[in-house]
Ligand binder design. Sequence first.
Ligand code: 4AZ
Length: 260
Amino acid sequence: MVRNAASLVLAVLVAATLAFGDQPAARAGLQAQPVVGGLVAPQGKFPWAVRLSMGCGGALTEPRIVLTAGHCVEGTGKNDHIEVTAGVSDLKSSSAQTARSERVIRAEGFIDETRGDDWALIRLDRPLRLPTLPLAEDAVGTGRYVVMGWGQTREDSIQQEQQLHYATVPTVPDAKCAAAYQKAGVKLVPDEMMCAGSPGVDTCQGDSGGPMIGHGRHGEWVQVGIVSWGLGCARDGYPGVYTQLSTFRPAIKAALRRLR
Ligand code: 4AZ
């Protein structure tokens, strides 16, 4: 009955594909889909997304300034060793634009990503001719946001991706997220962090620093968070943790003025 068993498996797969349609979580079980449970970003979809040479992501906040995670950089000061790849989904594309870091400002008081303050700005050695991603003006509500990066497609993957990947993640209430991480021995800083993800859909190692985006008042993309940390990737009950940009907007605006 080997043949019948095989066709049963196929039928179940086909039925599951039809039933779950485009749901990334359903697809994740069938094939590797980076971020985790995400999709490949076509060229030009997120034109301000950048890859940093230390293996993090970032976003062009201004033509000459990248917003990334605090834990992706060494600290505040002169810095000429971060290479930035921009303007492409495929990092090996010949149309990639590159720049180098000149100066970095990291959040004052940053200790490590699990303690909050996880943001940094990098001034580039030249302005890039690319669209920029504005910081969200309004306080962040609950809902669904888009996250992206060139990081691992699975917790146990050993490689980064050549193509930018993205996924839509629902926010998880602070209390629920804090309770989960308390069990793992980490105390959440609710005003500085927001949690998002669903089983099978999450950011992962190497996505850090990349933007979490939502829709602004006029339907444009605005940045609401920064990929920060999490226990593993896409684990049931452990959503990804993101820097809550609304809390840091005044500090980031002040740092932007200092970097101009
Ligand atoms: C990281 O190390 C990382 N699942 C980013 C996001 C998450 C975990 C780790 C969230 O870059």
